[in-house]
Design a protein around this ligand. Structure first.
Ligand code: SAM
Length: 895
C-alpha cells in the first residue's frame, strides 16, 4: 500500500531558488511559477530548510510536491463549488419548509431573505459557451441584505460560479422583471425591448434587487419571494479570441487519421528548463489538439519523449515542437520518426497484450516531471552540450562495415571500439555487428563498466557509442570526454531508430549492420530490423526476440520470454510470480503453486485490519482467482462486479449455514458467487447426507442472468467446477478458458453439479424480476421448491420489488430464510445521501460531460439505495443486519 508522506516531507530547496525566482517572477510564466513556489514555501518545513538547501530534489520529492500542489488546487476548487452547492441545497430545503409551513405572504422571509434569480443567456453566448441543460435553465437563490450580493464584482462571482465557461470581459449584464404565469410561476424568457436595464455598477446591483422587492410587493400575482431576471449578453466589444497559432492553421482532424506515427526525441537545452512543472503543464496543453499519446519526461536538464502522433497532423506537431524554445533547435537530430506508420488497427494491438488482450503502445499522454530525463546515478551534472561527435547514420554504417572487413582480414588493431550502451535485455535481442555490449542491468551501472573496459585504452582511441534513440549516448559521450579524457568519441546520431530509418530511405538492399530487434520504450517493446532471432527465452531457452515485463506488479522484471511461455506463465517470469498473479496476492514463496497456503500467514506481517482479516480467514480455493482473471480478460469493463474473495467467502459461509442449502441468485454475471453458493450448498449436503440436489429438493443453486456473454462465461465456470470440483485441477481447467473464445451455450439453460451433491441450474432470462414474481405467484412454468437464501444482485433500482417477491408468500423463500442484498452502501455514498448533500460526487465547474453524468448516476443510485435501506429496516416482516464489507451486504432474515 502506498503511504503518502505528510506535506512536511517536501524538504527541497526553497531558499536556494529564492532570488532567481524573484527576478523570474517578473515574466508571466514566471508569475505562475512564483505563485506556485510561494505556495510551496508555505508547505515546506522551515526547520528543515537550511540543512536541505543544497540537496537537489529527489524524484520522489518532485512527484510528491506536484501531487501536493495539484491536490491543494483541487481541494480549493472543490471547496468553493461545494460551498455554493451546499448553500443552494440549504436554500432549497429552507424554501421547501418555508413553502410547506409558512405560506403567509405578510412574512415571507422566515428563512434568510432570498431572491429567486432567473438567468437568461443570450443565444450566441449559449452556443459559444456550450452550456449544459442546468445552465440553460438557470436559477439561483441569492441572499439579500448585508449577506447578499451588493456589488458588481459580487454578482460576477456568482455568475462565474454558475457558468463554468463564462470568461471575464466577454459579457454584459442587464436585468428585467421576469414574466409571471397566472399561477405564480416565474418564467425565463428573452427580455422585451426597452424593459431591461443594464447592470454595470454597484449601484445598478442594489437598484436591481430593490426593483425585485418592489415587484414582489406590487405584483398582482401572489409570489413566494422577490424574483428578478438577470440577462447575460454577449459583449460586442469583447476582444476577439486570440487567433490559433500558425502550426494549427488548416490542420486536419487527428481523429480522422488512418495511421499513427511512432516517434521519439530528446533535448538538452543549454539553458536548462527553468520550471519543469510549468513546462510540463504548458507542453501538454499545446499538444492536446494533436491527439498525441505517449510518455514524456521533463527535468531541469531537458526533455525525453516517446510518443505516437496521428500521421495526418504530424507536420503540425513538428512545427509546434519547433517553436518551443526549450525544444526547437535543441532537439538533437530533430524528431526521430519511425519509418513505417502503423494503421489504426495495427496500432491498437502493437503494444504488449494486457490480460492476454491486444493493447496499443500508448493509451494516454503522460508528461511527467522527473529529477533527470535519463537517471544516470552520477554525483554531478556534466556538460551535455559537449559529448563527442554526433555521427550521421550513413557515416556510422560505413565505419561499421569497414570494421567488419578489417576484422575479416585479421587486422583489427585500428578498428574503433564500438560500445552498445543499452542494457543487457536490449542487447540480447539486437546488436550492431562487432559491437561490445556494456551488459548493464541499469544505465546507472555504465560508469564502472566503462572505467573497467577502457582502463588500458589510449586516450585517442576511436570510441563509437550507440543506443536506441541517442539520448543515453549524450551522457556516455560527456562522461567519456569530460571524466575519462577520451578525445575521439562519437555517437550514432539518433541511435538505432535513425540508423534504421536512414538506411531504409537512402539505400536499396543495403545490408543492415544492426541485426535483430531494436528494443523500444513503448508498448511494442521492440521493432524488428532484421529477422535474426538472437534472444533466448529466459523461461524455456528457445530462441525469441520478445521482451516483456513480468505481470506481477511487485516484480515487474524486464525479461526475454517466448510467446508460449508468456501465455503459460500468465505473463510472469516464474512459477512464483504466476501464483501471485493468479491468487491476486502480493506475497508467496518461490515454488508454491495453486495450493491454499494458509501456512503463509504465520510468518506474514499485516498492514491493516482488512489485510489481517484476510490473512486469518481460510483462503478461497485458487479456482476463484482464476474465475476473476477470466472475467477481467473476457469482460474487463464489468470485472468490478464480481463478488471477490472476501465477500465470496462470506457468501459461501452463509450458504453453508442454511437449512437445506437451497440458494437462488439473481444476477449471475460470470458465476463467481454462484460457485461460492455451490460450495456452501455442497457443505450442507455433506452434513445432512442429502445428495443430488435439484430444482425440487436438496442442496441446489439456481442463478438467473440476462446478459448472454456473462451467461456463457458463467456456464463455462460452473461446468469446469462440475467436472473437476474446487481443487487445483479445476483451477487449471478454468485458467484454460482465459485464452480461448468462450463457447456459446446452446439455449438458455445450463445444468451442473458439485461433487454430485449440490445441483446447479443457470438460467438466461429476460428479466430476473419477472421470473421471481412468476415463481412467487405459483402460476409459471418454473416451480422450484422454496429457497433458503435469495441473493439479490441484479439491477439495483428495483430492490424492494425483489424483496417483496420473497416476502409476499413462502413459495420463493422459506420462513426463516435469508435475503442477501449486495451494494447497499453504494461506494459509501449512502451516508451522503442520508445527509441530503453529496460532497464526493458533487459537480465541479471543471468536470467534463461524462463525469457530470457519472456523478449524477452515482447520486441517483445512492439515493435509491438509501431509500431501500431506510425502508427495509422499518419492515416488521424482517430483521436486517447491514455488514459494512466491500460495498455493503445486507443480510435480511424473513421472520
Ligand atoms: C453485480 S453483477 C452480479 C455479480 C455476481 N452475482 C457475483 O457476485 O459475481 C449483476 C448482474 O446482473 C445482471 N442483471 C442486471 N439486471 C438484470 C435483470 N433484470 N435480470 C437478469 N439479470 C440482470 C447483469 O447483467 C449482471 O451480470
Amino acid at each position: 500500500m502506498m503511504v503518502m508522506k505528510p506535506v512536511r516531507a517536501f524538504s527541497s530547496a526553497p531558499a536556494l531558488c529564492y532570488s532567481r525566482q524573484q527576478s523570474f517572477a517578473q515574466t508571466s510564466r514566471g508569475r505562475q511559477s512564483w505563485r506556485r513556489s510561494q505556495l510551496m514555501t508555505r508547505l515546506w518545513d522551515s526547520s528543515n530548510q537550511e540543512q536541505q538547501q543544497s540537496r537537489p530534489l529527489s524524484n520522489q520529492e518532485l512527484v510528491e510536491r506536484r501531487l501536493a500542489v495539484n491536490q491543494a488546487k483541487r481541494e480549493s476548487r472543490q471547496r468553493s463549488v461545494q460551498e455554493r452547492l451546499d448553500r443552494n441545497m440549504k436554500f432549497k430545503r429552507l424554501l421547501h419548509n418555508d413553502s410547506t409551513t409558512n405560506s403567509d405572504q405578510e412574512s415571507p422571509f422566515v428563512v434568510p431573505p432570498l431572491y429567486a434569480v432567473k438567468i437568461w443567456v443570450d443565444i450566441d453566448l449559449r452556443q459559444e459557451m456550450r452550456l449544459s441543460g442546468r445552465e440553460k435553465r438557470g436559477r439561483v437563490f441569492l441572499e439579500s441584505g448585508s449577506k447578499g450580493v451588493q456589488t458588481i464584482s459580487g454578482l460576477h462571482q456568482e455568475l462565474y460560479g454558475f457558468f463554468s465557461a463564462l470568461r471575464k470581459n466577454t459579457f454584459l449584464l442587464s436585468a428585467s422583471v421576469p414574466p409571471i404565469t397566472a399561477d405564480g410561476k416565474v418564467e425565463s424568457l428573452p427580455p422585451k425591448e426597452g424593459e431591461a436595464w443594464t447592470i454595470e455598477t454597484d449601484d445598478d446591483v442594489i437598484a436591481t434587487f430593490q426593483k425585485a422587492d418592489e415587484f414582489f410587493h406590487e405584483s398582482a400575482v401572489k409570489l413566494q419571494r422577490p424574483c428578478i431576471q438577470i440577462n447575460v449578453l454577449k459583449n460586442p466589444n469583447a476582444p476577439p479570441p486570440p487567433p490559433p497559432p500558425a502550426y494549427l492553421e488548416g490542420m486536419a482532424d487527428p481523429k480522422q487519421s488512418e495511421t499513427m506515427t511512432m516517434l521519439s526525441f530528446y533535448a538538452f537545452p543549454p539553458q536548462g528548463i527553468e520550471d519543469p512543472e510549468a513546462f510540463a503543464f504548458d507542453i501538454k496543453k499545446k499538444w492536446k489538439p494533436f491527439g498525441a499519446l505517449g510518455r514524456v519526461y521533463v527535468a531541469h536538464e531537458g526533455v525525453n519523449a516517446q510518443m505516437s502522433v496521428p500521421t495526418n497532423v504530424l507536420d503540425n506537431f513538428m512545427a509546434c515542437c519547433k517553436i518551443v524554445p526549450e525544444l526547437g533547435e535543441h532537439m538533437e537530430n530533430g524528431i526521430n520518426i519511425d519509418p513505417q506508420p502503423l494503421t489504426m488497427e495495427e496500432f491498437q494491438s502493437a503494444g504488449t497484450p494486457v490480460n492476454q488482450k491486444p493493447a496499443p503502445p500508448f493509451r494516454n499522454l503522460h508528461v511527467r516531471v522527473r529529477s533527470q530525463i535519463v537517471a544516470d546515478g552520477l554525483d554531478k551534472s556534466l556538460d551535455w552540450q559537449s559529448a563527442g561527435y554526433d555521427m550521421p547514420p550513413m557515416e556510422w554504417h560505413q565505419k561499421i562495415k569497414e570494421a567488419r572487413e578489417t576484422k575479416d582480414t585479421g587486422d583489427d588493431t585500428s578498428s574503433p571500439i564500438v560500445l552498445d550502451c543499452r542494457n543487457d535485455y536490449e542487447t540480447e535481442v539486437g546488436i550492431f555487428e562487432g559491437a561490445e555490449p556494456l551488459g548493464t542491468e541499469n544505465f546507472r551501472d555504465s560508469w564502472d563498466v566503462l572505467k573497467d573496459r577502457l582502463k588500458d585504452a589510449p586516450k585517442d582511441a576511436p570510441i563509437m557509442t550507440y543506443c536506441t534513440g541517442g539520448i543515453r549516448c549524450v551522457k556516455v559521450g560527456a562522461y567519456l570526454t569530460q571524466e575519462m579524457g577520451f578525445t575521439n568519441v562519437s555517437r550514432l546520431a539518433g541511435g538505432i531508430i535513425a540508423y534504421d530509418r536512414t538506411l531504409t530511405e537512402k539505400t536499396e538492399d543495403e545490408e543492415s549492420m544492426f541485426k535483430g530487434t531494436n528494443f523500444v520504450f513503448d508498448g511494442r517493446m521492440g521493432r524488428e530490423i532484421t529477422d535474426d532471432t538472437l534472444g533466448t527465452c529466459a523461461t524455456c531457452g528457445t530462441k525469441t526476440n520478445l521482451v516483456s515485463n513480468c505481470h506481477n506488479e511487485n516484480c515487474h522484471k524486464r525479461m526475454i520470454q517466448c510467446a508460449d511461455c508468456r501465455t503459460n506463465y500468465h505473463g510472469t517470469c516464474s512459477h512464483a510470480c504466476k501464483t501471485i498473479v493468479i491468487k491476486g496476492q502480493a506475497k508467496t514463496e518461490e515454488g508454491s503453486t495453486f495450493s491454499e497456503t494458509a501456512s503463509e500467514t504465520s510468518s506474514k506481517t499485516f498492514e491493516s485490519i482488512d489485510d489481517y482479516s484476510v490473512g486469518h480467514s481460510t483462503p478461497a480455493p485458487s479456482v476463484y482467482a482464476e474465475m476473476e482473471h477470466n472475467t477481467r480478460a473476457h469482460m474487463p469493463t464489468g470485472a468490478h462486479m464480481v463478488s471477490g474473495a472476501t465477500q465470496g467467502r462470506i457468501l459461501a459461509q452463509l450458504a453453508s449455514m442454511t437449512r437445506e442449502g437451497r440458494i437462488l441468485e439473481l444476477g449471475t454475471f460470470t458465476g463467481y458467487a454462484t460457485v461460492c453458493f455451490l460450495e456452501g450448498a455442497r457443505n450442507v449436503g455433506q452434513i445432512t447426507g442429502v445428495a443430488n440436489g435439484n430444482i425440487h429438493s436438496g442442496p441446489y443453486v439456481m442463478s438467473l442472468e440476462r446478459d448472454v456473454r456473462a451467461f456463457n462465461i458463467a456456464a463455462a465456470h460452473v461446468q469446469a467446477v462440475g467436472e473437476k470440483g474446487l481443487g487445483v485441477e479445476a483451477a487449471e481447467l478454468v485458467c484454460a478458458i482465459r485464452n480461448q473464445e468462450v463457447p456459446s451455450v446452446d439455449g438458455d439453460f445450463v445444468s451442473s453439479s458439485l461433487d454430485g451433491i449440490a445441483g446447479c441450474d443457470l438460467l438466461r432470462v429476460t428479466d430476473a424480476l419477472a421470473t421471481v414474481e412468476e415463481i412467487a405467484s405459483g402460476n409459471g412454468s418454473l416451480n422450484p421448491a422454496p429457497f433458503d437464501l435469495v441473493f439479490v444482485d441484479a439491477d439495483k433500482t428495483r430492490l424492494l420489488d425483489y424483496v417483496d417477491a420473497c416476502l409476499s408468500n413462502d413459495r420463493l423463500l422459506n420462513k426463516g430464510g435469508f435475503i442477501v442484498v449486495d451494494n447497499v452502501l453504494w461506494k459509501g455514498l449512502v451516508v451522503e445521501a442520508s445527509n441530503g448533500s453529496f460532497s464526493s460526487v458533487a459537480d465541479s465547474p471543471d468536470d467534463d460531460k461524462n463525469l457530470v453524468k457519472k456523478n449524477r448516476r452515482a447520486r441517483k443510485l445512492a439515493n435509491q439505495m438509501h431509500d431501500f435501506n431506510s425502508c427495509i429496516v422499518k419492515d416488521d416482516r424482517v430483521e436486517v443486519v447491514l455488514f459494512p464489507v466491500r460495498d455493503g451486504l445486507s443480510v435480511i432474515r424473513k421472520k
